[in-house]
Ligand binder design. Sequence first.
Ligand code: NIG
Ligand code: FE
Length: 412
Amino acid sequence: MKSLKLIGPIAQLLTLDKLPLKGALKDEQLEILTNAGILVEEDKILEIGDYAGLLAKANKLQTEVIQLEGDFVALPGWIDCHTHICFGGSRAKDFAMRNAGKSYLEIAEAGGGIWDTVTQTRNLSQEELTARTVTNSNRHLSEGVTTIEVKSGYGLTVAEELKMLRAIKDADSHTKADLIPTCLAAHMKPRDFEGSKEEYLQDIVEQLFPTLKSENLTNRIDSFIEQSAFSPDEINSYCQKAKESGFDLTVHADQFTTGGSAVAVKFGAKSADHLEASTEKETVLFAKSDTIAVALPGASIGLGCAFTPARKILDQGGSLAIASDWNPGSAPLGDLLAQASILATFEKLSTAEVFSGLTFRAAAALGLEDRGKLKAGLLADFNLFPTADYREILYQQGKLKPAQVWKKSWKT
Ligand code: NIG
Ligand code: FE
């Protein structure tokens, strides 16, 4: 006998259904059910609709009724499609230096930056990395983030990248959040690698890619395309080989200089993320492609840089997801909802655009089709915010946390 649960009544249930994957959205396009209920069978949505109607049905079936007291807004669980939450140490020193006038690249060149975190991450055991990843995931989950992409990229040898990806896989079985691993061995050429960038990438292709497959560690390959990491020319054949090996691609693109988004679109990457430096030439590319543009307001806030031109991307017809980029260097805040709300004020994004960017458009960036909307057949993966008006959620700029997070038939 399958377990059935009815949750309600819900003052406003935003399905995010029937919205297009690409382009600008108005709040009038949001489908809002009032006095609604969600009928859950095991971990899937069986039906959503009017609470009274579902209650009558529930009384005929063997259903556990979870009656809510007070006003709630229901939304799909947030999906954070870009994080680096598996790491060792802290970069508080970088943050202070940056605020004292040093640039991100100057700090990196002086031995700080990504390489500092690589050293601190290599110093941890796989078990310690798992524990940190679980802690960070559970914090995200308590704030309504039920699916979390997690990158490697602080190992930068075959063995250390494997340690990170095994830690992420292990962490996934110790948290109720779903962790989606991504290999970011192409984060930078490691300082202790004796050889060219090309030779480093060749080693990754030959020695790491087969194990990613055989141990089922990830089907996603990310690259940091930037002067301080890999140029478009330097990364081209790596992307080609990753694609030929059957991996999905994603790219850290146009963070400080342009070039990365063109590579992403050329290879049909699932997403191009950052885009703070993108100009019109780059943003029009997204309108013509299936690559999702991912804004990372946490990196703009952490570095004190411009925001991704989200408004332009949407107006030109592209698809926009919003992710936290939570990492110890450029984006230490890790509060996805606060960051998305701040991006909305600077870029003039409608609530529909922000909610879509945190749900089904982010799901598309990860190639996931079973979540991101509230409708029958999809995962019962949703947040209940303690308010009667959905507009309160962005208005409170991250202060309004979900009262209940439903994930895998379990609530926090
Ligand atoms: O997405 N841009 C490159 N990678 C990360 C930063 C990682 C770090 O600074 O440790 C990012 O911002
Ligand atoms: Fe990143």
